[in-house]
Design a protein around this ligand. Structure first.
Ligand code: SAM
Length: 243
């Protein structure tokens, strides 16, 4: 009942990630709510609130999946702006488009299947690039950060919302218990899929912590990089500018 994720060659990882998200696409929202006690909605709302996006901005939401972030950003950029929702997975993209369309969100939205490591856009074409709970799944994260930097205009910003390293010692045992005992069981119970949620817990542990990711952003060329922890560092928001 294990992907052997830790041992797979890099080239295989993308296939595994594709399997995971194709497998969870339909249950994705329910699982997010169950796993985070609904708190992921607050994290996402906070992320949008501090994004500083303005009317008319053109935004790329990478790994946009089910469209949660796009739905929050769209009102900020207004009728004159645009949100491009990009995801590598066709099933996730389809679910996202259906959901946003059902909510009446059409104007100003575009969808495109893409790999964050090789963006199909010219240099300097966006005011902002966002990626929420997506960077963790990308095989070559440094490459993805460089791509985000490349497509940003001068003065544009990247915003990353991602699981990070818990900063409170008392929370760690609880968090580990939730990750490795509760999550796979929830996965089995509600999504008939314990493996995908085992993968989730492992991918969170392997993801670069606050300082490491900040360094990676700087290496990719970002300036004025700032980190903000939410929920004691369970997740963090990184922001950096192209100057
Ligand atoms: N942003 C959404 C949210 O916060 O609800 C969805 C996050 S979901 C956990 C991660 C998404 O990343 C999936 O939809 C997956 O298909 C996508 N993804 C994984 N690897 C990717 C890559 N290399 N390029 C673009 N998207 C990728």
């Amino acid at each position: 009942t294990h992907f052997g994720y830790r041992d797979v060659p890099v080239a295989e990882k993308q296939k595994l990630v594709a399997q995971v998200f194709t497998s969870v696409a339909d249950n994705y929202d329910l699982m997010n709510d169950l796993m985070s006690f609904g708190i992921h909605r607050l994290w996402k709302r906070h992320f949008a609130a501090i994004s500083g996006l303005r009317a008319g901005d053109r935004v790329l939401d990478l790994a946009g999946g089910t469209g949660d972030i796009a739905a929050l950003l769209l009102p900020l950029v207004g009728d004159s702006g645009e949100v491009v929702l990009g995801d590598i997975n066709a099933a996730m993209l389809r679910v996202g488009r259906d959901r946003l369309t059902d909510r009446g969100l059409v104007q100003g939205l575009r969808y495109a299947q893409m790999n964050a490591e090789a963006l199909p856009f010219p240099d300097k074409s966006f005011d902002a690039v966002t990626i929420a709970f997506g960077l963790r799944n990308v095989t070559d994260k440094q490459r993805a950060l460089e791509e985000m930097h490349r497509v940003l205009r001068i003065g544009g910003k990247a915003l990353i919302l991602e699981f990070s390293q818990v900063r409170q010692d008392w929370l760690k045992p609880l968090y580990d218990f939730h990750s490795f005992q509760v999550l796979p069981r929830l996965g089995r119970l509600f999504a008939q899929d314990a493996d995908s949620y085992q993968y989730l817990a492992e991918s969170i542990r392997k993801h670069p912590d606050q300082e490491t990711l900040k360094g990676m952003l700087e290496k990719a060329g970002f300036a004025k990089v700032e980190v903000r922890n939410l929920s004691a560092g369970i997740v963090a928001i990184h922001r950096g500018y192209r100057v």
